[in-house]
Design a protein around this ligand. Structure first.
Ligand code: SGN
Ligand code: CA
Length: 529
């Protein structure tokens, strides 16, 4: 399925050459999930501007990540390779090797100007960008700090999401002065924890009662790793009352109070007063109700949903602003617009927030695209059902740029799909591997396969730390039939009658591990000896 291109451009007349140079505007949020995007799911919020991309273009309905965590996901995206190949397997110990081949570098070689604006999170200095302006680590929502290419940091007044759009538009304006095609990577902090809303939207969604997912009160039977996590809404250490829920009590400190006050402390005096007035009155009322148990869990869920929705609203506004800019300048004619998130997120499903697991909500990620309106071939509209993964973005952009796709890139170009084709030999299964354990939220290491016909096999395997005998060892397989159990409540691994499927899935898993050259199986068996 991989295509390489002959250097055809030189033979084309100048006007046609210009036509061939398609720009890329890649917008990626942090922790945004399909349940909170109205073109995927209308249960909770309206996202009219994000939906505009899908309405004018395509919506991928089987879009997944290779490793559901920020840094690893970004490394997969930028290299087109799974984590074990690009080397950035987890947020906590990784430093991205910026000397390796990356898609932005290859685009530069193909004559593109490249820019990265926003969250980077790969620790090392970004490479492959003609311009970058990034936020340190997770960044700050209010009056945020930026790092510029000279290594200096500065703080700006404003709300991060708005500032990032300004910077993106300014950079595209500069590009208009050159003949070079460009690729812009706009990486948002929204809607990452701790969901601090823009001051003007503090009161949005306050009259909405969000529907709880059916498995909100999951007790995780038969799923040991799911039971062991520390990302449950009910737990006041996992989801704190101040940092997460904003029910700050001056007499109570949590492990995140300092972080919370630090972030809110960035507001100027006037905005801080508005902020405090809003949340303090809610907190006083909350304390007077003395909620416990299930009532408290449900209260926390509503607060989380509301703040997340507010943060998302500012982002959706900004997508509108960006799309308007592309339309008004005529850039829409020769620009691919891509919107995705670094992974999905749990909005109360299984009783959780956060991500990491290979269960559908965080393994999947929203993905909508709009082709250049003057594209020189027919383009797809509506839904694309083929299974796609974030390792596919790099080869897609290279393909669109007419640049060769190096053989070691593990993803495949989505361009045929965007051109309305349905290649018969398209992949029928996807591989996933999560590594960050022991770590925050305590999600065990696991890998697995998911097939296009809705079956999933996952192995939660012991980590090296556990092999030393300190912690409780977990070595558990899970298997799901998503057709009959879409919310993954019933682990049917080893259940009578599933033998044939298990055999098929194990075979598929081994095939993928071989194809992608993941050494994990041999590492695990070497450890057992
Ligand atoms: C922070 C958050 C976690 C989150 C990770 C990774 N804690 O550490 O809740 O899972 O980021 O998120 S916080 O107290 O700092 O908010 S990721 O999207 O960047 O991978
Ligand atoms: Ca993220």
């Amino acid at each position: 399925m991989k295509k390489t291109y002959l250097p055809l451009l030189a033979a084309l007349p100048l006007a046609a050459q210009a036509q061939q140079r398609w720009n890329v505007v890649y917008i990626m949020t942090d922790d945004h999930t399909a349940q909170m995007m109205s073109c995927y799911d209308k249960s909770h919020v309206q996202t009219p501007n994000l939906d505009r991309i899908a309405n004018d273009g395509v919506r991928f309905v089987n879009s997944f990540v290779a490793n559901s965590l920020s840094g690893p996901s970004r490394a997969c995206m930028i290299t087109g390779k799974h984590s074990h190949k690009n080397g950035f397997t987890n947020n906590e110990h990784g430093v991205f090797d910026g000397s390796q081949q990356t898609m932005p570098k290859l685009l530069q070689q193909a004559g593109y100007s490249t820019a990265l604006i926003g969250k980077w999170h790969l620790v090392s200095t970004p490479t492959g960008f003609d311009h970058y302006e990034i936020i340190p680590g997770q960044g700050e929502y209010y009056n945020p700090t930026f790092i510029t290419m000279d290594g200096k940091t500065h703080r700006e007044e404003g709300y991060l999401t708005n500032l990032l759009t300004d910077k993106a538009i300014n950079w595209m304006n500069e590009q208009q002065k050159t003949d070079k095609p460009f690729a812009l990577f706009l990486h948002e902090k929204a809607c990452h924890r701790d969901w601090l809303p823009e001051i003007k939207y503090l009161r949005e969604y306050e009259d909405v009662t969000f529907k709880m997912p059916d498995n909100f009160n999951d007790t995780w039977e038969g799923r040991q790793a799911a039971a062991d996590q520390e990302m449950s809404i009910a737990s006041n250490t996992d989801m704190t009352m101040d940092y997460d829920i904003k029910m700050f009590d001056p007499n109570v400190r949590t492990h995140l109070t300092g972080t919370y006050l630090g972030y809110v402390g960035r507001l100027n005096t006037r905005d801080r007063a508005i902020y405090d007035q809003f949340y303090d009155s809610l907190a006083i009322d909350f304390r007077s109700r003395n909620l416990k148990g299930q009532a408290l869990k449900e209260f926390k869920f509503q607060r989380f949903m509301r703040d997340y929705a507010k943060v998302l609203k500012t982002f959706d506004d900004n997508v509108g602003r960006l799309l308007d800019y592309l339309d008004e300048t005529g850039l829409s004619e020769n620009t691919l617009v891509v919107y995705t998130s670094d992974q999905g997120f749990y909005m109360g499903e299984h009783g959780w927030f956060d991500k990491r697991f290979m269960y559908e909500e965080s393994f999947s990620t929203p993905l909508v695209m709009r082709m250049p309106t003057k594209y020189n071939k027919p383009v797809a509209k509506g839904d694309i059902t083929e299974m796609v993964q974030n390792i596919d973005y790099a080869p897609t952009f290279l393909d669109l740029a007419g640049a060769p796709i190096p053989a070691d890139i593990q993803g495949v170009s989505l361009l045929p799909l965007l051109e309305g084709q349905h290649p018969k030999n398209w992949r029928k299964s996807l591989y996933y591997h999560y590594y960050e354990y022991p770590a925050e939220h305590k999600v065990r290491r696991h890998y697995g396969v998911r097939t296009a016909d809705g079956w999933k096999l996952v192995h939660f395997y012991p980590s090296e730390e556990e092999m030393g005998g300190r912690a409780q060892i977990i070595d558990q397989w899970e298997m799901y039939d998503l057709n009959s159990d879409p919310t993954e409540m019933h682990n049917i691994y080893g259940k009578p009658g599933t033998e044939k499927q298990l055999k098929r899935l194990k075979k598929e898993l081994l095939k993928l591990q071989k194809q992608y050259d993941d050494p994990i199986e041999s590492q695990l068996s070497a450890r057992k000896k």
